[in-house]
Write a protein that binds this ligand. Structure first.
Ligand SMILES: [Zn+2]
Length: 327
């Protein structure tokens, strides 16, 4: 079961979250793989999307916000756009559009930053947005402060957090075909100090909370990919932070936890076909015998045959009763 764990370090201004997406991630991959038009994501693209999904859950888990957090990379390599979207109740979906070949073992820079023009954007789209109100969006390039390309998505998000939230953040991400996971550590604001200036001061000061954050950050970075993917949350937290006392919130799992969900439905696809017009729909039907509609986001496909299409364009009151319908 997919889970999100939140914790703070007792007595230290440091908080953390650990996410493990299992069924949610597998559902997402399975739906895409079943799409007869696209087939499965190439493994490097799937790995990027898994990391983005885990990161987006952690970022959503970090804020008090009613709406969608959308983590998006506009790429200038074969991946044109990669998106992970997480609602405040942790429903999630993710997709990528790819043009051209993806080399086996392609890395982040090959996928999305081939010419140094890739961008990572984080959008907060409030559920109840006033008309005319724009969603908040923060954008960072896929390079660090010195212009050097960032080699990992985790590095990109850390960079974004430093810029947007002014909070030191340590992030480790990993994904394979079964699991997408991430561990995030963040320094909490200490009254009267800004975090970034604090971190500069504290490099010369080896006592106090500053040093604790650095120590915990180093421990977090020592987590190996196989451990993050293969071990359960309790084991990971115990192994890494056995010297510290963690105050843990009840894990968010099941119907409260991260889970795959897409807003597409057969009804929405039917409405789209109605929008296409009867003539157009019937010409596709004549050519192909049926109409196949797919969701761009998750890959779900629905088929509409001649009877379905006739029904779409028949006013409801003229339709024959459905079998089993109450008369
Ligand atoms: Zn969908």
């Amino acid at each position: 079961m997919s889970e999100l764990h939140k914790f703070i370090f007792d007595g230290l201004p440091v908080r953390g979250q650990l996410v493990r997406l299992t069924d949610a991630w597998q559902d997402l991959l399975r739906r895409r793989a079943a799409n007869t038009q696209t087939g499965p994501h190439a493994p490097p693209v799937a790995e990027l999307l898994g990391e983005m999904s885990a990161a987006a859950v952690l970022m959503q888990g970090n804020i008090k916000f009613d709406g969608a957090l959308i983590l998006q990379i506009a790429g200038d390599g074969p991946v044109k756009v990669a998106v992970a979207e997480v609602q405040s109740d942790l429903r999630l979906r993710a997709t990528a559009s790819v043009i051209g070949a993806v080399a086996p073992g392609a890395r982040l820079a090959d996928l999305v930053n081939a010419h140094g023009k890739g961008r990572c954007a984080v959008t907060l789209d409030a559920r109840q947005r006033q008309s005319g109100q724009q969603p908040y969006q923060g954008v960072v390039p896929l390079v660090d402060e010195r212009g050097a390309p960032l080699g990992s998505l985790a590095g990109v998000i850390e960079h974004y957090m430093r810029q947007s939230e002014q909070l030191d953040t340590t992030l480790v991400l990993a994904s394979d075909e079964q699991v997408a996971a991430g561990l995030l550590l963040q320094r909490l604001p200490v009254q009267g100090q800004t975090n970034l200036s604090q971190s500069n001061v504290a490099r010369e000061d080896d006592d106090g909370p500053e040093d604790d954050y650095r120590r915990l950050s180093i421990l977090t970075r020592s987590l190996k990919r196989e451990e993050l993917l293969g071990l359960d949350a309790d084991t990971i937290l115990r192994r890494l932070f056995w010297q510290d006392k963690l105050l843990r919130l009840p894990p968010l799992a099941g119907s409260q936890g991260p889970r795959f969900a897409c807003s597409c439905s057969r009804e929405r696809m039917a409405a789209m076909l109605r929008g296409l017009g009867q003539q157009e729909a019937e010409s596709v039907l004549a050519e192909q015998g049926r109409i196949e509609v797919g969701c761009d986001f998750c890959g779900q496909q629905e088929q509409f045959d001649a009877v379905d299409v006739a029904r779409l364009f028949t006013p409801v009151e003229k339709q024959p009763p459905q079998p089993g319908s109450v008369q």
